[in-house]
Design a protein around this ligand. Structure first.
Ligand code: SAH
Length: 218
């Protein structure tokens, strides 16, 4: 950041890499360009912030690979008036990217430590339309439902019922599904006005598991 020439080249390559891999939604590419990923990782990992890889964060969790963040955001088909629920705040990076496109993001994280760090970070960056809640994502955020879009950034074996319930008519839910150590895929569920769900299986991925309950404090 800050106009350093190397950093500028890195960020240009970051954008090109996303386009090369097929990300074409202009709003998504713009949001990926706007959010400084180096602020979402530990200082000693800042040099790797624009490499297309997942990186470790606190509490044994990871910030997702940029391509997967862009891909899931694109698949979510978000527009400016949407309210979005995210499960798995982690570093807050995915929430930050969404916040550049939509009206409001509510993000639930089971580690209070991560929730607090992400909240501070987003406040510092001035991303004021994100609300981070420490809680169990399996329950969603019923008091804030319905949501136009829901994204889950940890892998579950099955789609949590509460999330399907909290999805509005015409809503879309994008999540990684699959066993902890087995094959996982991004799945997109679309809810028709009749309440009927259709399911699409997308790309293969590898995510940390969606774990039940709020974490004991670390
Ligand atoms: N979206 C994040 C990546 C998160 S990694 C980012 O952009 O950095 C997955 C996160 O899901 C972890 O922080 C993990 O603690 C959280 N998580 C796992 N199970 C959860 C649950 N039941 N409720 C809420 N968060 C959960």
């Amino acid at each position: 950041m800050g106009g350093h020439p190397t950093a500028d080249i890195e960020r240009m390559e970051f954008q090109l890499g996303l386009r090369r891999r097929g990300i074409s939604d202009q709003a998504v590419l713009r949001a990926m360009d706007e959010v400084p990923r180096e602020y979402f990782v530990a200082a000693e990992l800042a040099d790797s912030a624009y490499a297309d890889q997942a990186l470790p964060i606190a509490c044994g969790q990871t910030i997702s690979q940029p391509y997967v963040v862009a891909y899931m955001t694109e698949q979510l088909e978000v527009v400016a008036q949407h309210r979005v629920l995210e499960i798995g705040t982690g570093s807050g990076y995915q929430a930050a990217v969404l916040s550049r496109i939509v009206r409001e993001v509510v993000s639930v994280e089971r580690y209070r430590t991560l929730a607090n760090l992400a909240r501070e970070r987003l406040k510092t960056l001035g991303y004021s339309n994100v609300d981070i809640v420490a809680g169990d994502g399996f329950a969603g955020a019923p008091e804030r439902a319905p949501f136009d879009r829901i994204i889950v950034t940890a892998a579950a074996e099955r789609v949590p019922d509460a999330l399907v319930e909290q999805l509005g008519e015409g809503g879309k839910l994008v999540l990684p599904l699959g066993p902890r150590d087995g094959p996982q895929y991004i799945v997109k569920l679309s809810k028709a006005a009749t309440g009927e769900l259709t399911r699409e299986k997308l790309i293969a991925v590898r995510f940390v598991p969606l774990l039940p309950g709020k974490a004991r404090e670390l």
